[in-house]
Design a protein around this ligand. Structure first.
Ligand code: FE2
Length: 276
């Protein structure tokens, strides 16, 4: 009988059903909706509507590491820069410091069962560095291309581990995660980093193919926690269904590993906290 830690080392991911109660999932979705309702989009509208959209949205993104910031689906706007639908249903995600800045998200991110899981996986010295509320709204929720999370939270050596919480049932139709068991035993392909002179770039570290044909859908029920090794390639399809696929994710790194300044996410690393 494999321990959880052995299973995780073997497959590069874990699927833990009934990890969070339905009530705690509902509370988090309600809180996200409240945050979105309080978002002063008009005050930020210029970020998304100027001719310099790429640069200004890059700046907004690069400053979001220690804030609660709001990101839209790419098809949310008309050509003239107006929102096609209501604000909430136009959002792709909220990030990236919900776990530290919002009490409800903080509580969810440091639940007793998560503290126990981190202990079972031997994650001593790990700190929470990023969180995202991902909406994947019905019909507009876009695809997420194949990637490894360690590309976005690069450390030396690689240490990134993600926790992905299904707040609603995730199915093939509404855009569940896909991954290949054991796929984490392959090198880190890319590094998403700050570019000299501003902006960001994805640089190639290794050209091994991702082999999407060997990936399987991880269809899970509301309340499930999926633990993801930072090297595990994964992706999700667009949501073509009439139901949203809301999820919350947090990412952790070993605070003793080197974290280059060129990483996109900047925060006060000395202040980063663990699960307790
Ligand atoms: Fe990911």
């Amino acid at each position: 009988m494999l321990t959880l830690q052995d299973q995780f080392k073997q497959d590069g991911y874990l699927v833990l059903a009934d990890f969070n109660s339905e009530a705690s999932c509902d509370l988090l979705m309600k809180r996200a909706q409240e945050l979105a309702a309080g978002y002063n989009y008009e005050g930020h509208a210029s970020i998304f509507q100027t001719n310099e959209q790429t640069r200004t949205s890059d700046d907004y993104f690069l400053a979001s590491g220690d804030k609660i910031s709001y990101f839209f689906e790419k098809d949310a706007f008309t050509e003239s820069g107006e929102l096609k639908g209501d604000l909430f249903h136009s959002l792709n995600k909220i990030g990236h410091a919900l776990h530290d800045l919002d009490p409800i998200f903080n509580q969810f991110s440091r639940s007793p069962q998560l503290i126990k899981l981190a202990g079972d996986l031997g994650l001593n010295g790990y700190v929470l560095i990023q969180s995202m509320m991902i909406f994947k709204h019905a019909r507009i929720g876009g695809k997420v291309d194949i990637h490894q999370d360690a590309s976005f939270l690069y450390t030396e050596p690689t240490s990134c581990i993600g926790f992905w919480f299904a707040l609603e049932d995730a199915t093939i139709e509404n855009g569940c995660l896909w991954a290949k068991p054991g796929g984490h035993k392959t090198p880190l392909r890319d590094w998403f980093k700050r570019k000299n002179g501003g902006g960001t770039e994805m640089i190639s570290l290794h050209n091994a193919p991702f082999e999407p044909a060997e990936m399987i859908p991880l269809e899970v029920k509301k309340g499930t926690c999926i633990v993801l090794d930072g090297l595990l390639p994964h992706f999700s399809m667009p949501n073509t269904s009439g139901r949203s696929r809301q999820a919350y994710s947090i990412h952790t790194i070993d605070k003793n590993c080197r974290y280059p300044e060129e990483n996109w996410l900047h925060c006060d690393r000395a202040a980063l906290k663990g699960f307790v």
